[in-house]
Design a binder for this molecule. Sequence first.
Ligand code: ZN
Length: 338
Amino acid sequence: MRGAVIHAPGDIRFETLPDPKIVDPTDAIIRTAVTCVCGSDLWAWRGLDATDEAHPMGHEYVGFVEEVGPEVTAVRPGQFVVGSFATSDNTCANCRNGWQSNCLNREFMSTCQADYVRIPNAQGTLVATDEVPGEEFWPGLLAVSDVMGTGWYAADAAEVRPGSTAVVVGDGAVGLCAVIAAKERGAERIIAMSRHESRQRLARAFGATDIVTERGDEGVARIKDLTDGIGADSVLECVGTAQSMSQALRSARPGGNVGFVGVPHEVAVDGQELFFSHVGLRGGPAPVRRYLPDLIDRVLSGRIDPGRVFDLTLPLDQVAEGYRAMDERRAIKALLKP
Ligand SMILES: [Zn+2]
């Protein structure tokens, strides 16, 4: 089979690789229907995450089951399946509590920009659709496997409630999906923080009622202006930098909540400031598996269309161009077709 391998920053090659095989009885092998490049893949592309030796890339996938190990009974060959970037047995104490992305047997996916993928913990990880969905649904279902699931968790962690005001920090694919989540969960006012016109348009199409282009102190001041001077009920932090986190914490009202899903890079939270703010804080890798059945239904019923975050489609063998286009912000998110 063929797949993407990173050798060094800026050096992604499309190579012939060994076909994945069932290793553990709980594994499945899927044939990729579509996959994509994630904003978090760019950390390695840009050299901000070290690449000590060449390794495959990709953690988002939907596909067709090819083969299952002897302990996998929940899915069978031929079915179309959606899974999370974090695999989970869905039976351990953490999974039963709904924190499948902290499964005691968790393995993070990292080989998905390829023709075929081995899925560990397949029994608990994969959710099959009732029938093979039309190709028009594949991008939306692919989004559910990571960015839509993560946006949903941001809204859940920030406790977005009907009638509330939500601020979304970040206009990447996760931030845009967080707008969808805030809308679906009934937020009345959704303020998207974005400086890019095409992304502002998509945020509005997804349900944003206001756009704030300012950042830092000015951004916080604008949010206060829009919320009677007290701040928002919920803030969804979808970037992961020191500046975005500080902005998120200062944009929430006393008693409000921040959900943070951007992987933190050099973020430090001031204990005194947090203590006196009365702001609640929860984040982490999203327990996407918990939301999969519901989000799959919302996509297949046409209620949401998170697949619109893919504004560039490439054949899988041009995966490196997908990284370049996203790095240069020519694309929000690149869809890859084997
Ligand atoms: Zn588990």
